[in-house]
Design a protein. Structure first.
Length: 634
């Protein structure tokens, strides 16, 4: 028996096979309808069937086969008339004479058919609407009539709301026929035989297809009808990605079944195995189960060094890909900011993971402070992510008083976040001195020429270095008026730094995982004596916030004190003078407290900066081998 690619559309399929005299008729369609008992003498006969072991015999008008399909079934609906869709009714017919025979009919459960196919005296095939239905009958002429005892293939088709009839595959006329009948009855019963029937006949292999016009032109009949789909050959999809595998499976009418993912070095969603295997022929509907590669889980390498990340990726079966450098104020220099694919994604074995590596703090551009007031300059620096440094002052005949006339670093310089920028404010004082006497230079011939005088005056201003000399003297040479880098030069000369380390009393939380100093992670406590130094997680033992840059006025005072210390003897009067210079008259003094020990005594509570100057700057000379203590609020 051949297969039927449209088996899923078959609403009724009767082979009429069985034992002689049996009234059990099996529906082989997906609906599997249970037929009613064959009324009267209707029964199977094994005498001369067209196909198989038997056929159905309808002896007279009181004998018929009936199926009640009102409850429907799992397959296509047998109620084909009350829709506008296509259908096909086909069977083999064998008359015993030339009398009329009612072969197939649909009704509403009453005794008289509502729609039926009728053989009239062996000369025509009639479609009749029956009593109570408008529209009339359709007659298809049978060209040479029907010979009793001979099997004929009959087919009746509705296609695009027009009707066709076929005898042994030949299309009957009229073709096509537009049937204008309006179907109003609710059909619930299919019947073969019954009134108005006057001729005994035999029928074999009946098939009703819903939604499909199998024939729209002459064809070659064949049989028996298949009671299964044609099936499909399972394609081999091993090695394909899931999208390609699914396309190959659905292309042959199959569906994808269960999909199981397993860890594997193959690219994610690559098919590793399938069931059934490729080449297997299966009956439709059927599905193919797949086992696919999940790939390798990409590990998290963010905030690790490139070296560590390389080891992690290699251990996972992956490789380190392209490295892009970007600045970061959060991730340490050399550590990874981000990765692609991201952690938790899946990749094929050996796939590259590209990373973005921190290049350290981002570079900022120093803003132009020229002409700004002190507050405006400070605001501009803070908004740019920079730190205002030393603020000096100097006279200028060009920049109004109170405005910035110079800065360091200069405008446009590239610096790191948090860099210190110092600037100088104009006092508005005019520079002194001129390069030459204009009146003595211009001869009397041109003395009354405004243009000549203006040109000479301009030239004088262009080449006059007196302002630069004055600025150098005021900003650098004269320690009393020097600012910024000028004071830095004096600090180098007398050997004292502008930068002091100011101890803090801040507590930190951390851990110490090493007994070997210096500790890398430290316990919580105070960093003031006698407690040990502390820090927090990832603390190195030094706080960036402890570094303090002295402003110009304080630094100038420290430079003068250090200059005095450099040239004086280490005696109590000399030390007292240095202390008086630093802290003011009557505010500090030194005492001999015992053998080889002295004390520095302050009559006030010093600030952290004042204490740091006394402890760390090296300005106060101490006799060799002599210990000292610092007393406050004496």
């Amino acid at each position: 028996m051949s297969c039927d690619p449209n088996f899923a559309d078959v609403a009724l399929l009767l082979h009429f096979d069985g034992t002689n005299g049996s009234t059990t008729i099996v529906d082989s369609s997906l609906n599997g309808f249970t037929t009613a008992v064959c009324t009267g003498a209707a029964a199977l006969t094994t005498t001369d069937p067209e196909f198989g072991t038997a056929c159905l015999n309808i002896p007279s008008s009181s004998d018929f086969l009936q199926i009640n399909y009102s409850g429907g079934g799992p397959g296509p609906s047998l109620d084909i008339w009350n829709t506008l869709g296509d259908f096909t009714i086909e069977f083999w017919y064998n008359p015993t004479g030339t009398g009329p025979a009612n072969i197939v009919q649909w009704n509403d459960g009453g005794g008289f058919p509502n729609l039926f196919l009728y053989i009239n005296g062996g000369t025509s095939l009639i479609m009749s609407s029956g009593a109570g239905q408008p529209g009339g009958d359709v007659n298809w002429t049978l060209p040479s009539g029907l010979t009793p005892g001979t099997w004929y293939a009959l087919a009746f088709v509705r296609f695009n709301q027009q009707y066709y009839a076929y005898l042994n595959g030949a299309q009957l006329v009229p073709a096509p026929y537009l049937f204008t009948e309006t179907i109003t009855a609710t059909y619930t019963t299919f019947q073969m035989g019954g009134p108005p029937n006057g001729q005994e006949f035999f029928v074999d292999e009946l098939r009703v297809t819903q939604g499909l016009a199998r024939y729209t032109a002459s064809y070659t009949p064949s049989g028996p009808f298949a009671d299964n789909d044609c099936g499909a050959t399972v394609p081999n999809v091993v090695g394909l990605l899931d999208a390609a595998a699914e396309a190959a499976i659905t292309a042959v009418g199959l569906t994808v079944g269960t999909v199981v993912e397993v860890p594997d070095a193959s690219a994610p969603t690559t098919v590793l195995s399938q069931s059934p295997v490729g080449g297997t022929v299966v009956t439709l509907p059927a599905s193919v189960d797949l086992t696919e590669s999940q790939g390798i889980a990409v590990p998290d390498v963010v905030d690790t060094s490139v070296l560590v990340a390389t080891g992690i990726l290699t251990a996972a079966g992956l490789t380190l890909g392209a490295q892009t450098i970007e600045p970061s104020g959060v991730v340490l220099t050399g550590n990874i900011i981000s990765q692609s694919p991201a952690a938790g994604a899946f990749a094929a074995g050996g796939a590259a993971v590209n990373v973005v590596v921190s290049g350290g703090l981002p570079q900022l551009t120093v803003p132009d402070l020229f002409g700004l007031s002190q507050s405006e300059a400070i605001t501009a620096l803070l908004e740019a992510g920079l730190v205002p440094g030393a603020i000096g002052s100097a006279p200028s005949q060009f920049v109004p008083a109170g405005e910035v006339m110079a800065q360091n670093p200069g405008a446009g310089a590239a610096v790191a976040v948090g860099a210190i920028v110092s600037f100088v404010l104009s006092t508005g004082e005019a520079a002194v001195g001129t390069l030459f006497d204009i009146e003595a230079t211009v001869i009397s011939q041109y003395a009354n020429s405004p243009t000549i005088l203006q040109l000479v005056n301009n030239l004088n201003q262009y080449v006059d270095q007196s302002t630069n000399f004055a600025n150098f003297f005021n900003f650098v040479w004269n320690v009393d008026t020097a600012v910024g880098f000028g004071l830095d030069i004096w600090g180098v000369i007398v050997n004292v730094s502008r930068l002091l380390r100011i101890p803090t009393s801040t507590d930190y939380v951390g851990f110490d995982n090493s007994a070997t100093p210096p500790p890398d992670w430290q316990t919580m406590g105070s960093d003031q004596p006698p407690q040990p130094a502390v820090g927090g997680a990832m603390y190195t033992g030094y706080n960036a916030t402890e570094a303090y840059l002295l402003p110009d006025d304080a630094y100038r005072q420290l430079i003068l004190a250090k200059a005095f210390a450099n040239i004086c003897t280490t005696t109590a009067p000399a030390i007292n003078q240095i202390l008086q210079n630093l802290y003011g008259p009557g505010t500090a003094f030194v005492l001999n407290t015992g053998p080889m020990s002295i004390s520095y005594n302050l009559t006030f509570t010093p600030s952290a900066i004042q204490l740091a100057i006394l402890q760390q700057s090296g300005v106060i000379p101490t006799p060799p081998g002599v210990s000292f203590v610092i007393n406050t609020d004496v």
